[in-house]
Ligand binder design. Structure first.
Ligand SMILES: Cc1cc2nc3c(=O)[nH]c(=O)nc-3n(C[C@H](O)[C@H](O)[C@H](O)COP(=O)(O)O)c2cc1C
Ligand code: SF4
Length: 553
């Protein structure tokens, strides 16, 4: 049992069947203030408590349970599911006031993240906690450390120490296109045309379908078809926007959110109008505090001067669980529960959030809706379906000279990406789809990077997170790093994934890999796991065994 599991078990035993004390109840009520008391807001309440007290004390969890008329165990189960919450039992010391998070995910691991974390543990001293953790969505700046909420890119121990000494722990907000400018430049006119009926729902659906635009969150389901399916379901219908962006190597949604937030907001308003959506929930990963500040500010501006009738729009904070990017786990999380993927059918389009038909989209999918409608399906060819190459947003990181979000033709090859967009040399291999999409060798740098083009190599592009590595690196190390991540992030609901990721980790830590046993494990996981996490994790070791066998034999 890990130290963390041991600690959470001790907290659970300290709250089970316990009555709240009056002082704790008073503190919880004061902290929640005027917030409505709703079961689905449980994670928001936990954030409030954590923000106010710096941790979640067992006595506060018990009091919160009483306030919500839930059992303490129910509250505890949710709190302990999410990495962002620090559970502390009675008498135990709370965490130090300042946390420095060091990303040790795939890209940062190439740039000495482990050594950075170790040096910080040595050097920063008391009052500061160093936390190693998964991708922070700033892979272009690897290695990355975040001091409080303040990111330090290309971090060295000295830079982090000086950020700690400076005492500015807030997330900086870069310049972005705010509401007034967006409207001045023609924003929300397309939404108004939909609202007035000038652009009829059927015409919009037809245009979306003709464009071939596919979802950009990973699975690539066509937008037009999804909108039509939800449109045909009985009202009330809901929309949930996925801004969880936890896939290691992916940072495009954060880029669009923090540079041009109204473009996806207009997309969601158009979707609401066309599909007949009553209420919208934005699910934002908690690792994007600047994005949250921007959204709060810009939603207020939108509501203060609405371009037309708005649906209810609610912003929710994720709490550091990668699995909550999976659409049905996200729905569970919005309902205030642990983020456990649902069995399907029923699909979200029929029975999703609060049991209602739900349209669920990645932020970037909605970002392009306005442009598509304004330019027409002919002018806007996002996936290059009509022979011309449309554009895709590639999050490129690793051993390249210009990491970042590059808008490049769909179907571009890695070699072309390097030559024309981001530079790089001594290429040894690359991950075409973050941690999930497998690993390819340099000899396959001429494959078109697009939906469906990598299937026969056991890989996929997913959210187009390209992580490049060179002959200084080993594919097996990256595979093991990503597998450890999946083992940590597995929700534990189904045995093939929960046990399979742990077992695979052990096997991959060995110098020589047992290829037959790993393949047996891969087959069970791919066939019998409930969701994509367990189904695609085997891509990692299958890729290494297929393309880099010398490293593991
Ligand atoms: C383990 C796992 C994690 C996922 N994480 C995300 C995510 O962070 N953001 C996202 O948009 N989609 C994510 N997805 C894909 C969603 O389940 C879903 O397909 C997508 O949000 C649909 O939106 P789209 O049609 O606009 O692409 C994930 C899927 C799996 C299996
Ligand atoms: S495959 Fe893994 S993450 Fe998905 S439901 Fe099963 S245990 Fe949870």
């Amino acid at each position: 049992m890990s130290a963390a599991q041991h600690r959470t078990l001790k907290v659970r035993s300290s709250i089970k069947g316990r009555a709240p004390d009056l002082e704790s109840l008073r503190e919880v009520r004061a902290c929640l203030g005027e917030m409505p008391r709703r079961r689905d807001l449980l994670i928001e309440y936990l954030h409030r408590l954590q923000d106010s007290f710096g941790h979640l004390a067992a006595r506060h969890l018990v009091a919160l349970a009483r306030e919500l008329r839930l059992s303490p165990t129910e509250v505890y189960e949710v709190a302990s599911f999410y990495h962002r919450f620090d559970l502390v039992r009675d008498g135990e010391a709370p965490p130090p006031p300042l946390t420095v998070r060091v990303c040790t995910s795939v890209t940062c691991s190439l740039f000495g993240a482990e050594e950075l974390a170790a040096a910080l543990e040595e050097g920063l001293g008391e009052g500061v906690r160093i936390q190693r953790g998964p991708c922070l969505g700033r892979c272009h700046g690897a290695p990355v450390a975040v001091v409080g909420e303040h990111p330090v890119d290309a971090a060295t121990p000295e830079q982090v120490a000086s950020a700690v000494a400076a005492g500015d722990f807030a997330a900086p907000i870069s310049e972005y296109i705010a509401y007034d400018r967006y409207r001045r430049e023609g924003g929300y006119r397309t939404f108004q045309r939909c609202l007035s009926g000038e652009m009829a729902p059927e015409a919009v659906l037809a245009r979306l379908e003709a464009s071939g635009l596919r979802g950009l969150g990973g699975a690539g389901f066509p937008l037009g078809r999804k909108w039509r399916i939800v449109h045909e379901q009985p009202a009330p219908r809901l929309l949930a926007v996925n801004i969880d962006e936890g896939e290691p190597g992916t940072f495009k949604d954060g880029h669009y959110l923090c540079s041009d937030p109204h473009r996806f907001l207009e997309g969601l308003l158009i979707a609401s109008c066309v599909v007949g959506i009553e209420a919208v929930t934005l699910y934002l990963r908690d690792e994007y505090p600047a994005g949250r500040a921007i959204l709060e500010r810009e939603l207020a501006a939108l509501r203060a001067d609405p371009p037309g009738r708005l649906p209810a729009i609610e912003l929710r904070r994720g709490a550091g669980a990668y699995i909550c990017g999976e659409e049905s786990a996200m729905i569970e999380s919005i309902e205030g529960k642990r983020g456990m993927p649902r069995l399907r059918p029923p699909y979200l389009a029929e029975r999703g959030l609060f049991g209602r038909p739900t349209l669920e989209h990645n932020l970037e999918s909605l970002h392009w809706v306005r442009d598509l409608l304004e330019q027409g399906a002919e002018g806007f060819d996002v996936h290059g379906l009509r022979g011309r190459k449309g554009l895709r947003s590639f999050s490129v990181s690793g051993r390249v000279t210009q990491p970042g979000v590059h808008r490049a033709p769909a179907g571009i090859t890695l070699q072309e990406l390097i030559d024309e967009y981001c530079g790089g040399h001594r290429l040894y291999g690359y991950l075409p789809g973050g941690a999930s999409g497998g690993i390819l060798p340099a000899s396959l740098a001429d494959l078109p990077l697009d939906f469906d083009t990598l299937d026969k190599y056991g890989c996929f592009i997913g959210s187009a997170a390209i992580i490049v590595f060179s002959d200084r690196d080993r594919a097996r190390d990256l595979a093991l790093n990503a597998l450890r991540f999946f083992a940590d992030e597995s929700c534990g609901q189904c045995t093939p994934c929960r046990e399979g990721t742990l077992r695979a980790r052990e096997l991959m830590e060995r110098e020589v890999w047992d290829a037959a046993l790993l393949e047996e494990l891969a087959a069970v996981m791919a066939d019998a796991s409930i969701c994509g996490l367990g189904q695609v994790a085997p891509n990692l070791w299958r890729s290494v065994l297929r393309f880099f066998p010398a490293e593991v034999s």
